[in-house]
Design a protein around this ligand. Structure first.
Ligand code: DX5
Ligand code: ZN
Length: 228
């Protein structure tokens, strides 16, 4: 699986989201959109209307990360709106299997996110229902936080589970990913990288995406889990 970079617009200027999408349109694989409801996390961002406007404003596929309560009720709407990938938090989902199936039936890739302290092992049997697992490498809620190295062993264990299974499930990391930490994430087994500050605080966001990709590709080529 090739390295993919998903810049998070949480670190962009919210009055100029279309420009933020444009700035990475050539370099990125996805546009990562953080939906927060001020209940699941102590921060409030945007919802479906803004996601719909973004979908109309960019050719990049949209990667929705829902940090919200009751995703069973709200997540399918993002898939119906046209998001290419919709990720719910397992800590908030009432029926993750049913929800993943609903998302896929609505035409989106189904992602399941875990906060840093949530173990992956209880969900090993669910992996075939998913297209992506998102391992948070900061506590969700805010951009610009420091990467939590304590999550690295979980990335390795998740990659082992995925490698031993027959399903092609992407492994995304999100939080504190920059040119330094992306190397550790790729070595551990991640293949989809979210980066907010590392992209949008840079003078040239497209260039920053390219630099992250170069580091991640090199680390992946040498990694224990890579078949390349
Ligand atoms: C945080 C969000 C992240 C955030 C990452 O809860 O899920 O997507 O934007 O930002 P950085 O890369 O700055 O940590
Ligand atoms: Zn996110």
């Amino acid at each position: 699986m090739a390295v993919q970079i998903s810049p998070s617009i949480l670190s962009a200027d919210f009055a100029r989201l279309a420009d933020a999408a444009d700035a990475v349109a050539e370099a990125a694989d996805w546009l990562h959109v953080d939906v927060m409801d001020n209940h699941f996390v102590p921060n409030l961002t945007i919802g479906r209307p803004v996601v719909e406007s973004l979908l109309a404003a960019t050719r990049l596929p949209v990667d929705c990360h829902l940090m919200i309560e009751d995703p069973d009720r709200w997540a399918p709407g993002y898939a119906e709106a046209g998001a290419g990938s919709v990720t719910f938090h397992v800590e908030a989902a009432h029926a993750p299997i049913r929800l993943a199936r609903t998302l896929r039936a609505a035409g989106a890739r189904a992602g399941m996110a875990l906060k840093p302290a949530t173990p992956i092992e209880p969900y090993a049997d669910l992996l075939g229902e998913l297209d992506m697992v998102l391992l948070m490498t900061v506590e969700p809620g805010f951009g610009g936080q420091r990467f939590l190295d304590v999550v690295l062993p979980k990335i390795r264990r998740a990659r082992t589970l995925l490698r031993d299974g027959e399903h092609n499930v992407w492994l995304q990391v999100d939080g504190g990913v920059d040119e330094d930490t992306i190397e550790r994430c790729a070595e551990a087994g991640a293949d989809v990288f979210v980066a907010g500050n590392a992209v949008y605080a840079a003078s040239d966001p497209g260039d920053a995406v390219q630099r992250l990709r170069t580091v991640a590709e090199k680390a992946t080529a040498d990694a224990w889990w890579s078949t390349a």
